[in-house]
Design a protein around this ligand. Sequence first.
Ligand SMILES: [Zn+2]
Length: 300
Amino acid sequence: MDPEPKLRRLKGSKPPLRYVDHRMDQGDDELHVCGLTLRGVACGGIRTCLMVPELGIMFDAAPRTPGQLRYDTILVSHGHQDHLGGLPYLVSQRHMVQAGPPSVHVPQEVVEPLRRIFEAWAEIEDFSMAVDLHGHAPGSTVPWRDGVARCVRSVHRVPSLAWIVERHTERLRSELHGVPGPELGQRRRAGEVITERHVEPLLCVTGDTQIELFDREPLVRRCTVLVHEVTGWDDRRGPEDVRTWGHTHVDEVIERAERFEGEALVLVHRSPRHTRAEAEAIVRRRFPAAVRDKVHVFGT
Ligand SMILES: [Zn+2]
């Protein structure tokens, strides 16, 4: 058989998607920062599901992510399939192992269409699965073991939320520092409130967003760990092109990086056009020296 006609057709086609074959097999990653484990996958346009075992919280629900059945609480950024497409299967698998329906928190605009998807599966499978869906508007909160998870509006092509996990602790009121223990006990028994609530914005997971989220939300910039999407990493798709699709380009993060007040800036959702090695080289070469050591590239 003469291969030439096929070769000519390939030469005349659009830029080759060489990454297509391997990108679906991109492995899970694991990163340990500031006492948290970030585990899962966050590959732009393909699959995003991040699990944080110390918090017992999973962010987004891409399919085929090992370990995801263990999570009772799922915080969803938006309804694109690479972030939410795995949910019906996950709920079904949890039913099989009698784990019960997870508590799923989504943008309020997604609730009704998602219910229709579950109804369609119930019709196809002749079996109805329980699902514990909660819709959220920006500003609402979800109770969490040590505090709350709070959502703010991110900037994407569909209704979307960034999730911020706050840890609440009670600490001795600052004006009482240095007061001897027995006296503190005496004051407490007399009815004085000797502690005050301390709120630590521990973790923000932006989901898909344009950079306006970082500019607009001081709380996002203050989180100890900020997991921010960076889809575009070079000029094959420049910042304007990336913004058209509701995403962030690394140039936009570099010029703002020194405004990040936390301890770890974790860059996720890299387009499969870019290898991890390329992204890490860009971090070393182009991020300001003052923040470079805080920046992590997530995703194999
Ligand atoms: Zn998206």
